[in-house]
Design a protein around this ligand. Structure first.
Ligand SMILES: NC(=O)c1ccc[n+]([C@@H]2O[C@H](COP(=O)([O-])OP(=O)(O)OC[C@H]3O[C@@H](n4cnc5c(N)ncnc54)[C@H](O)[C@@H]3O)[C@@H](O)[C@H]2O)c1
Length: 263
Protein backbone atom coordinates (compact mmCIF):
# COMPACT_ATOMS: atom_id res chain seq x y z
CA UNK A 1 0.00 0.00 0.00
CA UNK A 2 1.13 3.52 -0.66
CA UNK A 3 -0.58 6.50 0.92
CA UNK A 4 -1.50 8.46 -2.21
CA UNK A 5 -5.20 9.39 -2.05
CA UNK A 6 -5.74 7.11 0.96
CA UNK A 7 -7.93 7.76 3.97
CA UNK A 8 -6.03 6.98 7.17
CA UNK A 9 -7.00 7.09 10.85
CA UNK A 10 -4.33 7.25 13.57
CA UNK A 11 -4.91 6.98 17.32
CA UNK A 12 -2.46 8.28 19.90
CA UNK A 13 -1.28 11.30 17.90
CA UNK A 14 -0.44 13.38 20.97
CA UNK A 15 2.84 11.48 21.27
CA UNK A 16 5.84 11.23 19.01
CA UNK A 17 5.13 8.23 16.81
CA UNK A 18 1.48 9.01 16.00
CA UNK A 19 2.27 12.63 15.12
CA UNK A 20 5.19 11.56 12.91
CA UNK A 21 2.93 9.10 11.08
CA UNK A 22 0.29 11.79 10.52
CA UNK A 23 2.81 14.23 9.04
CA UNK A 24 4.36 11.57 6.86
CA UNK A 25 1.04 10.24 5.56
CA UNK A 26 0.03 13.78 4.55
CA UNK A 27 3.42 14.30 2.84
CA UNK A 28 2.90 11.04 0.94
CA UNK A 29 -0.33 12.43 -0.53
CA UNK A 30 -3.03 10.96 1.70
CA UNK A 31 -6.50 12.28 0.90
CA UNK A 32 -7.40 12.49 4.60
CA UNK A 33 -5.64 11.79 7.89
CA UNK A 34 -7.92 11.57 10.92
CA UNK A 35 -5.86 12.12 14.07
CA UNK A 36 -7.37 11.05 17.40
CA UNK A 37 -6.15 11.19 20.96
CA UNK A 38 -7.40 11.12 24.54
CA UNK A 39 -5.91 14.60 24.69
CA UNK A 40 -8.27 16.34 22.24
CA UNK A 41 -6.23 19.57 22.35
CA UNK A 42 -3.11 17.64 21.32
CA UNK A 43 -5.05 16.04 18.45
CA UNK A 44 -6.28 19.48 17.32
CA UNK A 45 -2.75 20.92 17.50
CA UNK A 46 -1.43 18.00 15.50
CA UNK A 47 -4.14 18.41 12.85
CA UNK A 48 -3.39 22.13 12.57
CA UNK A 49 0.30 21.27 12.10
CA UNK A 50 -0.36 18.62 9.48
CA UNK A 51 -2.61 20.89 7.42
CA UNK A 52 -5.95 20.76 5.61
CA UNK A 53 -5.99 16.99 4.95
CA UNK A 54 -6.04 16.37 8.70
CA UNK A 55 -9.12 16.16 10.87
CA UNK A 56 -8.87 15.98 14.67
CA UNK A 57 -10.97 13.95 17.07
CA UNK A 58 -10.98 13.44 20.83
CA UNK A 59 -11.10 9.72 21.58
CA UNK A 60 -10.65 7.33 24.46
CA UNK A 61 -9.64 4.10 22.72
CA UNK A 62 -10.76 2.09 25.74
CA UNK A 63 -14.40 3.06 25.16
CA UNK A 64 -15.73 0.91 22.33
CA UNK A 65 -18.66 3.26 21.52
CA UNK A 66 -16.20 6.11 20.96
CA UNK A 67 -14.09 3.98 18.61
CA UNK A 68 -17.22 2.97 16.67
CA UNK A 69 -18.32 6.61 16.47
CA UNK A 70 -14.90 7.64 15.14
CA UNK A 71 -15.05 4.98 12.43
CA UNK A 72 -18.67 5.80 11.48
CA UNK A 73 -17.93 9.52 11.38
CA UNK A 74 -14.82 9.00 9.23
CA UNK A 75 -16.67 6.73 6.81
CA UNK A 76 -19.49 9.28 6.53
CA UNK A 77 -17.06 12.14 6.01
CA UNK A 78 -14.63 10.48 3.57
CA UNK A 79 -16.55 7.47 2.21
CA UNK A 80 -14.33 4.72 3.60
CA UNK A 81 -11.16 3.98 5.60
CA UNK A 82 -8.11 2.54 3.83
CA UNK A 83 -5.74 2.36 6.80
CA UNK A 84 -6.46 2.24 10.53
CA UNK A 85 -3.43 2.75 12.76
CA UNK A 86 -4.08 1.58 16.33
CA UNK A 87 -1.12 3.44 17.80
CA UNK A 88 -2.20 4.71 21.25
CA UNK A 89 -0.27 2.90 23.97
CA UNK A 90 0.65 3.18 27.62
CA UNK A 91 3.58 2.01 29.73
CA UNK A 92 3.44 1.52 33.50
CA UNK A 93 7.12 1.44 34.55
CA UNK A 94 6.16 -1.16 37.16
CA UNK A 95 6.71 -4.85 37.78
CA UNK A 96 4.51 -7.29 39.68
CA UNK A 97 3.81 -4.47 42.08
CA UNK A 98 1.85 -2.60 39.40
CA UNK A 99 -1.61 -1.87 40.76
CA UNK A 100 -4.44 -3.89 39.26
CA UNK A 101 -5.78 -0.62 37.84
CA UNK A 102 -2.52 -0.17 35.90
CA UNK A 103 -2.65 -3.77 34.60
CA UNK A 104 -6.22 -3.10 33.54
CA UNK A 105 -5.38 0.15 31.78
CA UNK A 106 -2.44 -1.44 29.94
CA UNK A 107 -4.70 -4.30 28.83
CA UNK A 108 -7.45 -1.93 27.69
CA UNK A 109 -5.23 0.51 25.79
CA UNK A 110 -2.56 -1.84 24.44
CA UNK A 111 -4.76 -4.82 23.50
CA UNK A 112 -8.52 -4.45 23.86
CA UNK A 113 -8.50 -1.15 21.93
CA UNK A 114 -7.01 -3.06 18.97
CA UNK A 115 -9.93 -5.50 19.20
CA UNK A 116 -12.43 -2.59 19.30
CA UNK A 117 -10.95 -0.82 16.29
CA UNK A 118 -10.67 -4.01 14.23
CA UNK A 119 -14.31 -4.84 15.05
CA UNK A 120 -15.43 -1.35 14.03
CA UNK A 121 -13.42 -0.95 10.85
CA UNK A 122 -13.38 -4.47 9.37
CA UNK A 123 -17.01 -4.62 8.16
CA UNK A 124 -16.43 -1.67 5.79
CA UNK A 125 -13.04 -2.99 4.68
CA UNK A 126 -14.36 -6.51 4.08
CA UNK A 127 -17.28 -5.11 2.06
CA UNK A 128 -14.74 -3.33 -0.18
CA UNK A 129 -12.44 -6.37 -0.26
CA UNK A 130 -9.50 -4.27 0.92
CA UNK A 131 -8.12 -2.44 3.91
CA UNK A 132 -5.06 -2.18 6.10
CA UNK A 133 -4.61 -2.42 9.88
CA UNK A 134 -1.37 -1.10 11.34
CA UNK A 135 -1.03 -2.02 15.01
CA UNK A 136 1.71 -0.30 16.95
CA UNK A 137 3.02 -3.01 19.23
CA UNK A 138 6.66 -2.84 20.36
CA UNK A 139 9.91 -4.78 20.41
CA UNK A 140 8.65 -5.52 23.94
CA UNK A 141 5.98 -7.67 22.27
CA UNK A 142 8.70 -9.86 20.73
CA UNK A 143 11.25 -9.67 23.54
CA UNK A 144 10.87 -8.25 27.08
CA UNK A 145 10.53 -4.73 28.49
CA UNK A 146 12.77 -4.87 31.55
CA UNK A 147 11.05 -3.23 34.53
CA UNK A 148 7.55 -3.16 33.01
CA UNK A 149 5.54 -6.36 33.41
CA UNK A 150 2.16 -5.05 32.18
CA UNK A 151 3.79 -3.49 29.10
CA UNK A 152 5.60 -6.74 28.25
CA UNK A 153 2.55 -8.95 28.72
CA UNK A 154 0.14 -6.69 26.85
CA UNK A 155 2.50 -5.97 23.96
CA UNK A 156 3.04 -9.73 23.50
CA UNK A 157 -0.75 -10.05 23.41
CA UNK A 158 -0.94 -7.22 20.87
CA UNK A 159 1.50 -9.00 18.53
CA UNK A 160 -0.49 -12.24 18.97
CA UNK A 161 -3.73 -10.47 18.09
CA UNK A 162 -2.21 -8.77 15.04
CA UNK A 163 -0.88 -12.12 13.82
CA UNK A 164 -4.30 -13.70 14.36
CA UNK A 165 -5.96 -10.92 12.34
CA UNK A 166 -3.40 -11.32 9.54
CA UNK A 167 -3.93 -15.06 9.29
CA UNK A 168 -7.71 -14.80 9.54
CA UNK A 169 -8.40 -11.94 7.10
CA UNK A 170 -5.50 -11.87 4.60
CA UNK A 171 -7.34 -13.95 2.03
CA UNK A 172 -10.26 -11.50 2.17
CA UNK A 173 -8.06 -8.59 1.14
CA UNK A 174 -7.10 -7.28 4.58
CA UNK A 175 -3.43 -6.50 5.25
CA UNK A 176 -2.09 -6.31 8.79
CA UNK A 177 1.25 -5.02 10.03
CA UNK A 178 2.64 -5.06 13.56
CA UNK A 179 4.97 -2.12 14.16
CA UNK A 180 7.60 -3.17 16.71
CA UNK A 181 10.12 -0.42 17.43
CA UNK A 182 12.66 -0.54 20.24
CA UNK A 183 13.68 2.87 21.64
CA UNK A 184 12.03 5.94 20.09
CA UNK A 185 12.58 9.51 21.24
CA UNK A 186 9.04 10.33 22.45
CA UNK A 187 7.53 11.48 25.76
CA UNK A 188 6.96 7.81 26.71
CA UNK A 189 10.69 6.97 26.72
CA UNK A 190 11.86 10.45 27.71
CA UNK A 191 9.94 10.22 31.00
CA UNK A 192 11.66 6.94 31.85
CA UNK A 193 15.10 8.27 30.97
CA UNK A 194 14.50 11.47 32.97
CA UNK A 195 13.70 9.46 36.09
CA UNK A 196 16.53 6.96 35.48
CA UNK A 197 14.09 4.04 35.21
CA UNK A 198 15.99 0.80 34.65
CA UNK A 199 13.78 -0.22 31.72
CA UNK A 200 14.42 3.03 29.87
CA UNK A 201 18.17 2.66 30.51
CA UNK A 202 18.12 -0.90 29.15
CA UNK A 203 16.37 0.36 26.00
CA UNK A 204 18.89 3.16 25.56
CA UNK A 205 21.76 0.69 26.06
CA UNK A 206 20.31 -1.82 23.61
CA UNK A 207 20.50 0.22 20.43
CA UNK A 208 19.75 3.54 18.78
CA UNK A 209 16.95 5.68 20.19
CA UNK A 210 15.32 6.68 16.93
CA UNK A 211 13.66 9.94 16.01
CA UNK A 212 9.94 9.27 15.37
CA UNK A 213 10.46 10.34 11.73
CA UNK A 214 12.71 7.29 11.27
CA UNK A 215 9.86 5.11 12.55
CA UNK A 216 7.59 6.77 9.97
CA UNK A 217 10.19 5.94 7.27
CA UNK A 218 10.08 2.29 8.32
CA UNK A 219 6.28 2.32 8.30
CA UNK A 220 6.12 3.73 4.76
CA UNK A 221 8.58 1.05 3.58
CA UNK A 222 6.77 -1.72 5.48
CA UNK A 223 3.35 -0.70 4.14
CA UNK A 224 4.75 -0.53 0.59
CA UNK A 225 5.93 -4.14 0.96
CA UNK A 226 2.82 -5.10 2.95
CA UNK A 227 5.16 -6.75 5.46
CA UNK A 228 3.67 -8.14 8.69
CA UNK A 229 6.52 -7.22 11.00
CA UNK A 230 7.76 -3.66 10.68
CA UNK A 231 11.04 -3.31 12.57
CA UNK A 232 12.51 0.19 12.58
CA UNK A 233 15.44 -1.34 14.53
CA UNK A 234 16.55 -4.24 12.30
CA UNK A 235 18.56 -5.79 15.16
CA UNK A 236 15.27 -6.69 16.86
CA UNK A 237 14.89 -9.48 14.28
CA UNK A 238 18.25 -10.90 15.40
CA UNK A 239 17.27 -10.70 19.07
CA UNK A 240 13.94 -12.41 18.34
CA UNK A 241 15.70 -15.16 16.39
CA UNK A 242 18.22 -15.71 19.18
CA UNK A 243 15.38 -15.77 21.75
CA UNK A 244 13.52 -18.41 19.71
CA UNK A 245 16.60 -20.57 19.15
CA UNK A 246 18.06 -20.34 22.65
CA UNK A 247 15.64 -18.80 25.20
CA UNK A 248 17.93 -19.50 28.16
CA UNK A 249 20.98 -18.03 26.45
CA UNK A 250 19.02 -14.96 25.36
CA UNK A 251 17.65 -14.39 28.88
CA UNK A 252 21.16 -14.79 30.32
CA UNK A 253 22.42 -12.07 27.97
CA UNK A 254 19.63 -9.69 29.00
CA UNK A 255 20.22 -10.38 32.70
CA UNK A 256 23.92 -9.62 32.18
CA UNK A 257 23.05 -6.24 30.65
CA UNK A 258 20.68 -5.49 33.57
CA UNK A 259 23.40 -6.41 36.11
CA UNK A 260 25.87 -4.13 34.32
CA UNK A 261 23.42 -1.20 34.37
CA UNK A 262 22.58 -1.77 38.04
CA UNK A 263 26.23 -1.87 39.09
N1 LIG B 1 8.63 5.43 22.52
C1 LIG B 1 9.09 4.21 22.41
O1 LIG B 1 10.27 3.96 22.70
C2 LIG B 1 8.20 3.10 21.90
C3 LIG B 1 8.81 1.89 21.54
C4 LIG B 1 8.00 0.85 21.08
C5 LIG B 1 6.65 1.03 20.95
N2 LIG B 1 6.07 2.22 21.30
C6 LIG B 1 4.62 2.33 21.15
O2 LIG B 1 4.34 3.36 20.21
C7 LIG B 1 3.02 3.87 20.46
C8 LIG B 1 3.09 5.38 20.50
O3 LIG B 1 3.87 5.73 21.63
P1 LIG B 1 4.77 7.05 21.77
O4 LIG B 1 6.14 6.60 22.02
O5 LIG B 1 4.48 8.01 20.69
O6 LIG B 1 4.18 7.44 23.20
P2 LIG B 1 3.52 8.71 23.81
O7 LIG B 1 3.23 8.41 25.23
O8 LIG B 1 4.34 9.89 23.46
O9 LIG B 1 2.13 8.78 22.99
C9 LIG B 1 1.07 7.91 23.25
C10 LIG B 1 -0.21 8.65 22.94
O10 LIG B 1 -1.31 7.77 23.21
C11 LIG B 1 -2.34 8.54 23.80
N3 LIG B 1 -3.24 7.69 24.59
C12 LIG B 1 -2.97 7.04 25.74
N4 LIG B 1 -4.09 6.43 26.20
C13 LIG B 1 -5.08 6.72 25.30
C14 LIG B 1 -6.45 6.39 25.23
N5 LIG B 1 -7.04 5.67 26.21
N6 LIG B 1 -7.16 6.83 24.17
C15 LIG B 1 -6.57 7.58 23.21
N7 LIG B 1 -5.27 7.94 23.22
C16 LIG B 1 -4.54 7.52 24.27
C17 LIG B 1 -1.61 9.55 24.69
O11 LIG B 1 -2.43 10.66 25.00
C18 LIG B 1 -0.40 9.89 23.83
O12 LIG B 1 -0.67 11.02 23.01
C19 LIG B 1 2.55 3.22 21.76
O13 LIG B 1 1.70 2.14 21.43
C20 LIG B 1 3.85 2.72 22.38
O14 LIG B 1 3.63 1.63 23.24
C21 LIG B 1 6.82 3.26 21.77
Amino acid sequence: MNLTDRVAVITGVGGGIGAALAHRFAAEGAAAVVVADLDADAARADAADVGPVAHAAGLDVTVEEQVRALVTDTERRYGHIDLFCANAGVATAAGLDAADADWDRAWRVNVLAHVHSARAVLPGMLARGQGYLLHTCSAAGLLTAVGDAPYTATKHAAVGLAEWLAVTYRDQGIRVSALCPQGVDTPMLAEGLATGHLGARVIAASGAVLHPDRVADAVIAGLAEERFLILPHPEVAQHALRRAEDPDGWQAGLRKLVRRLRA
